[in-house]
Design a protein around this ligand. Structure first.
Ligand SMILES: NC(=O)C1=CN([C@@H]2O[C@H](COP(=O)(O)OP(=O)(O)OC[C@H]3O[C@@H](n4cnc5c(N)ncnc54)[C@H](O)[C@@H]3O)[C@@H](O)[C@H]2O)[C@@H](O)CC1
Ligand SMILES: [K+]
Length: 496
């Protein structure tokens, strides 16, 4: 399990550790790790062109010390100082190692731009966990110039401009190829928009672990998911493996039903019971003969469908009066329910639907979450963590917020960030598949929190496999491809 922390938590741990070590030890450790990573990224250290962007704080200090280490190995290092002051020790060491220094406020702008664009490696030491609010000038201009860098951009601790505690980006921010982060992963490195500025995340241990608190955000690894997934034993039968009920689709939207059932079937449900109007039932029967189907008359509830251990409610079911009555019938059951898509619209209109004893998992994208909370979706995208937590608290449910970073929030537990997502997943119908997967896991006896976070992981993995790896040439995926790839994704997970 990967644990992530706020800036304040990291600082508190640093204070504890620093009190037990000679002055400057931690920065030395950090700079040594940073220099080693940078050396590995340069085609050749000797003669390599390195630009160090140094802010006025300790983040700049790390970068200057690391620059000095590279200069001692023969790299041609230029530091560009963004602050009115710079870390004294780091600057002195860089100068002694033969590094050159320019000041962003007074130096030749064209020359500095040229240095950044043509460097083999740019180290972003503008701001780390001490960064606050949108980057001011000249920090912002330097961060912007990094986009044009032809060489590799290495963020020191945090890409400057990204809020280390939340992943929020209020203005200009560095887009790094690699981020070397010290002591522990910061929350903002896992959550978009911050996460998409990180590049390859490279944690470097400086010994903080014993002083870190319980994390507020965590991410499951493949081994964590493998250890949690239900595996059939010799005693298993379809009922023990879990019966998922799916209420989805309508005469207008039949595809959502096929995809949701597909997600559940391919993720290993013992049995899927599908209930809807005649047209989606016909489509589901044709595509998934494994499913047991029931045709519901308009306004009819789920009374005759048979026993299930968890329901998936919503994809393509419509939002009219009959759909509302059906939703009430499903949410009136005493088993866990996943509410997705149209189900979320119904719940946003009538929150009384959520008053129930059994657990509920909502799976909104940011637009749907916006409707649930009465907040524009742009605000949610800019501050995902805050809104995911707020939704879980306000609605007293487990919430899985879909999007470029999928988050699972439940009151009293760390938020789980999913790391397997891929931009290829941003295509119609993939959410239906995700709801089906979560349904299969929930019916097998997992909690909403575990089922949601494991489903997000497996869903992302299946999408990546369907899209092909970077080496193989990537391609767009369709939602059904993701469902079909699920067994391979599940097979690839091994308990570590
Ligand atoms: N505290 C420690 O023991 C250690 C700290 N380390 C480094 O120290 C960093 C934290 O250092 P600091 O607390 O000095 O803070 P930072 O260096 O992260 O940030 C403060 C600097 O950024 C500038 N700044 C902040 N927000 C800005 C904005 N919006 N626009 C323009 N400039 C802005 C400030 O003026 C100041 O110069 C960590 O991220 C890490 O890189 C490491 O050396 C490991 C050990
Ligand atoms: K930085």
């Amino acid at each position: 399990m990967l644990s992530a922390y706020t800036s304040d938590e990291i600082r508190a741990a640093e204070r504890e550790l620093m009190a037990r070590l000679p002055d400057g030890t931690l920065m030395r450790r950090a700079a040594t790790g940073l220099a080693a990573t940078c050396a590995g990224l340069l085609p050749r250290v000797y003669g390599g062109r390195v630009v160090v962007l140094a802010g006025g704080g300790d983040n700049g200090g790390d970068a200057l010390y690391a620059g000095a280490a590279l200069a001692r190995r023969g790299a041609r290092v230029h530091a560009i100082l963004a602050g009115r002051t710079a870390h004294e020790g780091g600057l002195g060491e860089l100068r002694r190692a033969g590094g050159r220094v320019a000041e962003a406020r007074s130096g030749d702008a064209v020359l500095m731009e040229d240095l950044i664009v043509r460097a083999d490696l740019v180290m972003d030491g503008l701001a780390g966990i001490g960064g606050a609010g949108p980057l001011r000038e000249p920090y912002a201009t330097l961060a912007r110039l990094c986009r044009r860098a032809e060489g590799v951009v290495v963020a020191v601790d945090v890409p400057s401009g990204v809020d280390a505690s939340t992943g929020e980006v209020a203005g200009e921010a560095v887009r790094a190829d690699v981020t070397v982060t010290f002591g522990a992963v910061k929350i903002g490195l896992l959550i978009d928009p911050g996460a998409s500025h990180v590049g390859a995340l490279t944690p470097f241990d400086i010994g903080l672990r014993p002083w870190l608190p319980e994390p507020g955000v965590v991410a499951l690894t493949g081994a964590d998911v493998a250890a949690r997934l239900p595996r059939p034993g010799p005693e298993s039968d379809k009922y023990r493996r879990g019966v998922v009920g799916v209420v989805a689709g309508s005469d207008r939207f039949t595809g959502a039903a096929v995809l949701t059932v597909g997600g559940a079937v391919r993720a290993g449900a013992g049995l899927v019971r599908f209930a809807s109007s005649a047209e989606p039932v016909a489509r589901v029967r044709a595509r998934w003969p494994e499913a047991v189907t029931t045709v519901l008359a308009p306004g009819e509830g789920i009374g005759e469908v048979g026993r299930v251990q968890a329901w998936v409610l919503g994809p393509g079911m419509g939002t009219g009066e009959d759909a509302h009555a059906l939703a009430r019938s499903v949410l009136g059951s005493d088993v866990p329910v996943i509410v997705d898509a149209d189900g979320l619209t119904l719940v946003a209109r009538d929150r009384s639907l959520l008053r129930r004893e059994a657990p509920t998992l909502l799976t909104p994208h940011t637009g749907e979450l916006g409707r649930l909370l009465g907040v524009p979706s742009g605000e949610i995208e800019a501050a995902r963590l805050r809104h995911a937590r707020r939704a879980a608290e306000e609605l007293s449910v487990t919430v899985l917020v879909k999007g470029s970073t999928t988050l699972v929030a439940e009151e009293g537990r760390p938020v789980r960030a999913n790391l397997t997502g891929t931009p290829w997943l941003a295509t119609g119908g993939t959410g239906d598949v995700l709801a089906g997967i979560a349904g299969a896991f929930l019916a097998a006896g997992m909690t909403c929190y575990e089922a949601a976070s494991c489903a997000a992981h497996v869903h992302g993995l299946a999408a990546r496999m369907a899209a092909g790896g970077p080496g193989e040439g990537e391609a767009p995926v369709a939602a059904l491809d993701v469902a079909l790839e699920l067994p391979a994704a599940l097979r690839s997970l091994t308990v570590g």
